[in-house]
Design a protein around this ligand. Structure first.
Ligand code: ADP
Ligand code: MG
Length: 503
């Protein structure tokens, strides 16, 4: 292909115990948006870190404009016109947009910084690519979506022709993603070439010219959006057929299970994170909380599960008032909790799977009797759970740390749902999981609801909220700004609400 500006051939990168990139071939044409699609751990970031000079490959060659190059550092990459927008931004919050952009690339005039010239260049670029940036704004005052545009302009300022964006939409609201796509299209029209990384099928189909799927460090195939669909892409990512659509009966709502009234919660620094929130979750109902991360969801859930005290308001579970800050009492009221950070709050990683499966029940009969653990019963029960919940582990004595993220999550789900519960609080239950585990956990959540439990589901993924929830509350800056039925919710409506815009 003569308009091919980049080619990577036979790239191999091995980390201790894992082949992150296994003979990967990848190429990019001028003016193309080429997506790297793959589950967590597929090897996408590794490949891009190699291209950007952050890692050295064990084997393989990189050609730019047909010539082989050695990229040993990010400044090598930049000198070849390659810029990268990382998953986590690398901006200095207390500095201005302009200062961040010119950092390390100062325009000098007689040995002095030529600020005026730099600012002019920034303004020109901002207009050319519709980035809508003000050079004098401080980074810390800007929303995430705007900060991301600063990262983009930073690469353009350094004359990048190839832009790598590593999961740029994972931190954006749907509207911000739309704006980003408009910018990507205008970059493309100006002849820039873009490597876009994502694991979200819909957006990948929308924005890409070409899609290359990675799985376990290998290229599974390259397809064009016109010749594929979500189903096929999911199968390529996972390696088997996946059911993407969640099947669900009509809701049959019963009595209230969880009632939250006028709740205020401070975060760990003492700043108000939840601001007079009220809502009710009923038997047989999934109440979904939609919102961009960091709007109080974490503190709300921690207060409801007894991990954080609350300053004001009332929480009742099954008509019993929550004493506040007592996780075991909350558990004993019939609450199951799938926490947002499974490794920190959900599991004791150095313990065997067996012990993690009984963390909430070992202190009661028949697991123990007068403080003596009933080991034969525990072994039988936990082996059963391993089977029933399809946890891929050699046995109940396997150390939990050695399981994959998906299987760790299934361990939590098994433990929490196997008890006699009336309320399930699930916080980002599928974060970072592969499509196969997501499918499984969604099915379990629906089963729990159909077994007359109330379910409180928090997720930043609109697709997840919209396919599981019966009722949706949108959280913004610590407040639930709207509660609506799933039938009246559209992605657009929710997206606007998530950005704090309501008519
Ligand atoms: N610096 C590193 N050290 C050790 N292992 C790593 C490192 N970076 C990535 N890996 C491993 O390489 C594999 C691919 O990871 P990554 O490229 O981050 O995947 P992706 O970006 O597709 O989610 C994973 O198994 C990951 O744990
Ligand atoms: Mg990655």
């Amino acid at each position: 292909m003569n308009n091919e500006i980049l080619s990577m051939k036979g790239i191999i990168k091995v980390f201790p115990g894992v082949v992150a990139n296994d003979r990967i071939d990848f190429s990019l044409r001028k003016g193309e948006i080429h997506t790297l699609l793959g589950e967590n751990g597929a090897g996408k970031t590794t490949l891009m870190n190699i291209l950007y000079g952050l890692y050295t490959p064990d084997e393989g060659e990189i050609k730019i404009d047909g010539r082989e190059v050695q990229i040993k550092t990010p400044s090598d990459a930049l000198s070849h016109g390659i810029g990268m927008v990382h998953q986590h931004f690398m901006l200095i919050p207390i500095m201005s947009v302009a200062e961040n952009i010119i950092l390390g690339k100062e325009t000098k005039k007689n040995g002095l910084l030529d600020r005026k010239k730099a600012k002019n260049k920034i303004q020109t670029l901002s207009q050319q690519y519709k980035l809508d940036l003000n050079p004098d704004d401080l980074i810390k005052d800007l929303p995430i979506g705007t900060q991301q545009r600063v990262e983009i302009i930073k690469a353009l300022y350094r004359e990048a022709n190839i832009l790598i964006l590593d999961e740029p939409t994972s931190v954006l609201t749907p509207q911000e993603s739309k704006e980003l796509f408009t910018i990507l299209r205008s970059l493309k029209n100006e002849g820039k070439s873009i490597i876009f990384i994502s694991h979200k099928l819909k957006e990948v189909l929308e924005i890409s010219d070409r899609i290359t799927v990675l799985r376990n460090g290998k290229v599974i195939g390259s397809v064009e959006p016109g010749g594929t669909n979500e189903q096929q892409l999911a199968s390529m990512m996972v390696g088997r057929e996946v059911i993407l659509k969640v099947e669900k009966k009509k809701m049959d709502m019963g009595a209230p299970v969880l009632v939250v009234n006028d709740l205020d919660v401070n975060d760990q620094r003492g700043v108000k994170a939840v601001n007079s929130i009220s809502f009710t979750v009923h038997e047989g109902e999934i109440f979904g909380i939609a919102g961009v991360q960091g709007n109080g969801q974490t503190e709300l859930i921690q207060a409801l599960t007894g991990l954080l005290p609350f300053q004001n308001g009332e929480v009742t579970i099954q008509n019993r008032k929550l004493p506040g800050e007592n996780p075991r009492k909350v558990t004993l009221l019939g609450t199951a909790h799938i926490p947002e950070d499974r490794q920190k709050y959900g599991l004791v990683l150095p313990y065997p799977v067996r012990d993690n499966l009984i963390l909430c029940s070992y202190y009661s009969k028949p697991f123990s009797n007068r403080r003596i653990l009933n080991f034969p019963f525990i072994a039988e029960k936990t082996s059963q759970l391993l089977n029933e919940y399809d946890i891929k582990a050699p046995g109940i004595n396997t150390i939990t740390d050695t399981l994959s993220g998906g299987n760790q999550q299934k361990t939590i789900v098994a433990r929490e749902l196997a008890r006699d519960i009336k309320l399930l609080i699930a916080s980002q239950p599928t974060r970072g999981l592969d499509v196969g585990s997501i499918e499984y956990i969604h099915k379990k959540i629906i089963e729990t609801r159909d077994a007359r439990c109330g379910v409180l589901l928090v997720s930043p993924e609109l697709d997840e909220i919209m396919s599981l929830a019966d009722t949706i509350g949108v959280i913004f800056k610590g407040q639930i700004i709207k509660i609506l039925n799933v039938e009246e919710a559209t992605k657009e409506k929710l997206g606007l609400l998530m950005a704090g815009i309501h008519q």
